[in-house]
Ligand binder design. Sequence first.
Ligand SMILES: *Cc1c(COP(=O)(O)O)cnc(C)c1O
Length: 361
Amino acid sequence: MVERVYNFSPGPAVLPYEVLEQASRDILNFQGTGMGLIEVSHRSKEFMAVTDQAEALLRELMRIPDNYKVLFLQGGASSQFFMVPMNLLGTGKKACYLNTGTWAKKAIKEAKLFGEVEVAYSSEEQNFVRVPQASEYQISDDAEYLYLVSNNTIYGTQFPEFPKADKMLVCDMSSDILSRTFDVSQFGLIFAGAQKNLGPAGVTIVVIREDLLDRTPPNTPTMLSYKTHADKGSMFNTPPCFAVYIVGEVLKWLKKTGGVEAIEKINREKAALLYAKIDESAYYRGHAEVASRSLMNVTFNLPTKELEAKFVAEATAIGLNGLKGHRSVGGCRASIYNAFPRDGVVKLVDFMRKFEKNNPA
Ligand SMILES: *Cc1c(COP(=O)(O)O)cnc(C)c1O
C-alpha cells in the first residue's frame, strides 16, 4: 500500500483506498475491453451498466421510493442553487429558506432571481453557530417549498433531524448524504455534489420526486431542465463518466461496510471521540452549539491564532492533513466523512492532548 496521510480535507475529500486501487486498474483496462474507463463510450454497454448500478445502489442504500428520479448532473452543487428555483418556482411564487451558513446564503441569492424568497430563520449574526429547531421559524402557507442545508460544511453544524413540516422539503445534502438514515419521502428534491461524501468532483446527484418534473417553465434552457435529464436517464449529453464510475465504486464499498445504518454508527463514534476531547478542556473551543454539532465537520478554535497555526503545522508534519479551518470561522476543522478512518480520529485526539500539554495558553 502506498503511504497515506490522514486527510481531513473538507472536499474534495478522502475516498476508500480500495476504490482508488480498483479505479487505478480500471483506468488502464476497463473490464477487459482493452480500453481505459475514461476512454469508453458513455453509450457502451459496459458504461451503461456502471450508471445503472450506481443508481440502483443509491436507491437501495438511501431507500429511495419508486416515484423519485435519480439524476447525475454537472455544474456542481452550486448550479442547483439556481436550478432548484428555476424549475420549481414559477414567477411570482414564494419559497422559504433557512439561512444557516454560506451555502444557504448563496442559494438564497440565486432563488431571488426567480421568485419571492422568505428567509424564515438566520443565524448569521451569531456567525452561524447553530441550526434552528422547528419552533423557531414559521413557514408561509403559500411557500412552494422549505429549503435547508442539512450539514453546514464550513461552520460544522448539522440539522440533528429534519423538520417534520407539512411543507415539501428541498435539501442541499452535499456534505452529509449517505452519512445517516432518513426518510426520503419528506423531500421533493435532494441534491449533493459528490466530492464530500460520495466520490470525486464533477458529478452532482439530484433525487427528485417525479411529479415536480412538470413544473418547469417552458422557456427554461434544455440543459437546465430536470425533465431533460430525467427523460434521458442522465444521458441527454455526455455525463461525467469518471465521476459517476467512482460514485458507483464508493457505493459498493458502502454496501460492503454494512450500508447507511452501519456507517452512521461509525460516524457517531468518530464525532463523539473528537467532541469529548473538545469538551474535556477549555483549551479547545467548539464553534458550533452543542445541539447543532455536525457529525461530518468538527470545527474548533485554540486559545490564540498563533497556537492555531502551530497546531496545524505540527499536525501536518505527523500526517494529519487538511485541518486548517475555513477563513470565515478560523481555527481548525476536522472533516471526517464516511471514508475517513476511525484510526485517524484517534490519532488526532491523541495529538490534541499532547499539543495542549506542550503549548500552555
Ligand atoms: C461544497 C458545498 C457546496 C458547493 O459545491 P460545489 O460542487 O463546489 O458547487 C454546496 N453546498 C454544500 C453544503 C457544500 O458543502
